[in-house]
Design a protein around this ligand. Structure first.
Ligand SMILES: C[S@@+](CC[C@H](N)C(=O)[O-])C[C@H]1O[C@@H](n2cnc3c(N)ncnc32)[C@H](O)[C@@H]1O
Length: 438
């Protein structure tokens, strides 16, 4: 379905992103908060989003955003930062000191914090016996770090070897572009509600999404609270569009929270039932839909077994749970949390969900399967399986992907990768395929 651009009625103005200048680095309190985020990911293997939710409620939202930015810089560059730090360390420091060193080095080498501020503030958050070490090492990094970093293969160092091998096998030399994209700042993409006008400074992408500069805080944008738009990467906006929902059609969205795609389906006029298994995530889905003033039936259930009294849906969207290796740009904790052994159980769960999605459709009904993964097992490998569930391919046409023809694969499936649209600021990695029920 081609994107529809609502007529402009009024323009709204965004507060400039990162309004605080970087004269002295991040505001006070953020480095301790960033250390807490890094400990959650590196030491306890918990997702960054969860750790962000657990920061003290009293933390100023700007400090929270700065801590997030700092932690994200460390997670994005951890391998190359370690390689820069290593020559200056005689023995392995304790985890909190290692995290602080990575953080100080990230400020010096990636965030443009002045050397004195980065060094002094990092020294202040480490246990006293390590203050001298951290001071000495970061002073070295301040003077020699940039040259050391330039001499490294940072793209490779910042990519877990198993992912590099898998992406090289799937995409050949493009693996380097993918790894490069993971190290770059990421713009903010939004989808506009029908009839809403874009925030000032937003640029429209060929596929219909709107893009704002990196560092824009969405909650600061006029129109956010009123439900004029929602956050959604340009690639994430494609699967629901490809379903081509018409007003009045009955639509099931099987793995729905936080609800970006549900919102698109409802905004297109579908009568939508959104299924979500996790109660907390279902609550967030309801909140988001309320902000957007969209009426959707939300069901808390396992979509692999959910069967309503009245099935026979016109359209089903299955945005299946996956390894999320396509969204590392926005979630730099993923390479530190996922392991090769995580893929097989996810593929199995996706296959069960696909079988059930097929059962929910009326004959002739449409299904879009999507995953935000770059692993072919979680995408292309499902095509052969779909045939056994009575699903026939419904190839995507080139005209449905304006400006993104390179993402259209043989057989009419979609495969976006983070190295695409490099000049525009990149795009997340998604797989999507459309089917018709026989
Ligand atoms: C990839 S996310 C969905 C993103 C969402 N479609 C959007 O656009 O905002 C997958 C979601 O599916 C949920 N989920 C995972 N397995 C499920 C299952 N068996 N039944 C229902 N929901 C499930 C997860 O809790 C998660 O919220």
């Amino acid at each position: 379905m081609p994107p529809t651009n609502p007529p402009a009625t009024k323009r709204v103005t965004a507060r400039p992103p990162n309004a605080r200048a970087n004269r002295a680095g991040p505001p006070p309190g953020t480095r301790s908060a960033a250390l807490a985020l890094l400990a959650a990911v590196f030491d306890r293997h918990r997702p960054l989003e969860e750790a962000l939710d657990q920061l003290p409620a009293a933390l100023d939202p700007r400090d929270r955003a700065a801590a997030h930015r700092l932690a994200a810089a460390v997670l994005r560059h951890a391998g190359s930062l370690d390689a820069v730090l290593e020559p200056h360390l005689r023995r392995q420091p304790p985890p909190v000191v290692r995290a602080a060193l990575r953080m100080g080095a990230a400020e010096l080498l990636h965030l443009g914090t002045p050397a004195h501020a980065a060094v002094d503030a990092t020294v202040a958050v480490v246990p006293r016996p390590f203050a001298g070490l951290v001071n000495a090492v970061l002073r070295k990094v301040a003077t020699e770090g940039a040259a050391a970093l330039a001499a490294l293969d940072a793209e490779r160092l910042d990519t877990p070897p198993w992912l590099w091998s898998a992406w090289h096998a799937a995409y050949g030399p493009a693996v380097r572009g993918i790894a490069r994209a993971h190290r770059l700042p990421v713009p903010l993409d939004i989808t506009l509600a029908p009839g809403a006008t874009p925030p000032e400074g937003a640029e429209q992408l060929p596929t219909g999404s709107w893009r704002l500069p990196e560092g824009t805080r969405v909650t600061d944008l006029p129109g956010f609270a009123e439900g004029a738009f929602w956050v959604q990467d340009a690639a994430a906006a494609l699967p629901a569009r490809l379903l081509g929902v018409r007003p009045g059609e009955r639509v099931a969205d099987l793995c729905a929270a936080p609800g970006g795609k549900t919102a698109q389906l409802a905004a297109a006029g579908g009568i939508v039932t959104a299924v979500e298994r996790e109660p907390k995530r279902a609550a967030r889905l309801r909140e988001n839909l309320a902000r957007l003033h969209l009426a959707v039936g939300v069901v808390e259930a396992d979509a692999a077994t959910w069967m309503p009294e009245e099935a026979g849906f016109d359209a089903v969207l299955l945005d299946a749970p996956c390894s999320a290796t396509g969204i590392i740009r926005r979630h730099p904790d993923i390479p530190h949390l996922k392991r090769p052994k995580d893929i097989a159980p996810l593929v199995e769960a996706q296959a069960r969900l696909l079988a059930q999605a097929a059962r929910l459709l009326r004959p002739g009904g449409r299904l879009v399967l999507a995953t935000c993964s770059l692993q072919p097992e979680e995408g292309e490998a499902h095509l052969a399986r779909a045939a056994t569930f009575g699903l026939a391919p419904d190839p995507i046409a080139p005209t449905e992907l304006p400006g993104l023809r390179t993402a259209l694969m043989r057989g009419g499936t979609l495969r976006t990768r983070p190295d695409m649209w490099e000049e525009k600021g990149g795009i997340d990695g998604f797989f999507a395929a459309r089917f018709r029920k026989l």
